[in-house]
Design a protein around this ligand. Structure first.
Ligand code: NAI
Length: 317
């Protein structure tokens, strides 16, 4: 197979001064992309700022003959980051929403500020950057987006109610972007990585960290954003060289009819059936949501047939 080239593609990578983002930057640049290395260079908790983080990565890329420019804006100023791309390289083709912070605290102790700050950087930051890139994507009929979720966003994690909320929101965000972007050749996918970085090096034991180099995550990000990838709106778990897709699964379900059995007691009685996945389905569209109901009621079937392709009321023009 020939090399997956990114020649002349403009890639914006947020939080690329260290950890995973740094390795994505180096890899894209090696393959011919023009890279915007964004990082405000703050602490793990999001305090402070230092241009050095992004500069070091840009210098490394340039020293190896690659093309890159540093950007020191907060992701909440997403428009400025995209402006850096446009000013230097004319447009943007790929956005990697990667910047992140941690403010772990048990739910009992977490403050409003700790909850809000984490949502801001991960979710609102991704929104601001993507929103600013979107008009370019639409106009050129080309765009690739990666949102960075986390196993904590998929499964929850003790002490991370803020982080896991933000990380699971990034999934719904990408699923919707994939649907709205489809006719403009805009693809959005999600990764839930695990890798050695300052985020994990105080939590995981050294022998485990050794296996979790960030270089083992980059290949999936690159493939998902390459022209040759057709997949959009999907979630992938990636760690230590293991790559897998995650998807929704709905149990076979139970149909309660609106008669005397339509009570909380009836739910209690049949709860095991609701939890039974023997006859499960794997829905991907909103309109796939209630096949049991739709099959059972003629009027709902005809209503479903009238739904637009992606079930978007108020779909964009
Ligand atoms: P990291 O701390 O090395 O990288 C995050 C970068 O984002 C830092 O360089 C930081 O300066 C930058 N950043 C933070 N707030 C910013 C802001 N407001 N604007 C611009 N830049 C900002 O950590 P790592 O591990 O490389 O994390 C990258 C992404 O992967 C994060 O979104 C993280 O939540 C996610 N992730 C990482 C996992 C891991 O095992 N390392 C696990 C699951 C998710």
């Amino acid at each position: 197979m020939s090399e997956l080239s990114f020649k002349d593609k403009v890639v914006v990578i947020t939080g690329a001064g260290g950890g995973l983002g740094k390795h994505y930057s180096l890899e894209y640049a090696k393959r011919g992309a023009k890279v915007v290395v964004n990082d405000l260079g703050g602490s793990l908790g999001g305090q402070g700022g230092d241009a050095k983080a992004a500069d070091i990565v840009v210098n490394e890329i340039r020293a190896a003959g690659g093309i890159a420019v540093a950007d020191y804006n907060n992701v909440l100023d997403g428009a400025k980051i995209i402006e850096t791309a446009v000013k230097n390289f004319g447009t943007v083709h790929i956005v990697i929403n990667n910047a992140g912070i941690l403010r772990d605290a048990s739910f009992k102790k977490i403050t409003d500020k700790e909850f809000q700050l984490v949502l801001d950087v991960h979710l609102n930051g991704a929104f601001q950057v993507t929103k600013a890139a979107w008009p370019y994507f639409r106009k050129q009929e080309y765009g690739r987006i990666i949102n960075t979720s986390s196993p904590a966003g998929l499964y929850g994690n003790f002490g991370q109610s803020n982080y896991s909320s933000a990380k699971s929101a990034l999934i719904g965000f990408a699923e919707t972007l994939a649907k709205e972007g489809e006719k403009y050749n805009i693809k959005a996918n999600v990764i839930a990585p695990l890798a050695k970085s300052r985020m994990t090096e105080t939590i995981l034991p050294p022998p485990v960290l050794e296996k979790l180099s960030p270089q083992k995550v980059a290949p999936l990000v690159l493939y998902l954003t390459h022209d040759s990838n057709e997949v959009s709106g999907q979630i992938f778990e990636v760690a230590a060289g293991f790559y897998a897709q995650i998807r929704w699964e709905r149990s076979g379900g139970v149909l309660f009819r609106p008669d005397e059995t339509f009570t909380a007691e009836a739910v209690a009685k049949r709860f095991d059936e609701i939890l039974n996945f023997d006859d499960s389905a794997k829905p991907e569209l909103l309109k796939n949501q209630h096949p049991f109901m739709l099959n059972s009621y003629g009027e709902l079937i005809s209503a479903a047939k009238q739904l637009p392709k992606n079930d978007l009321s108020g779909a964009p023009s």
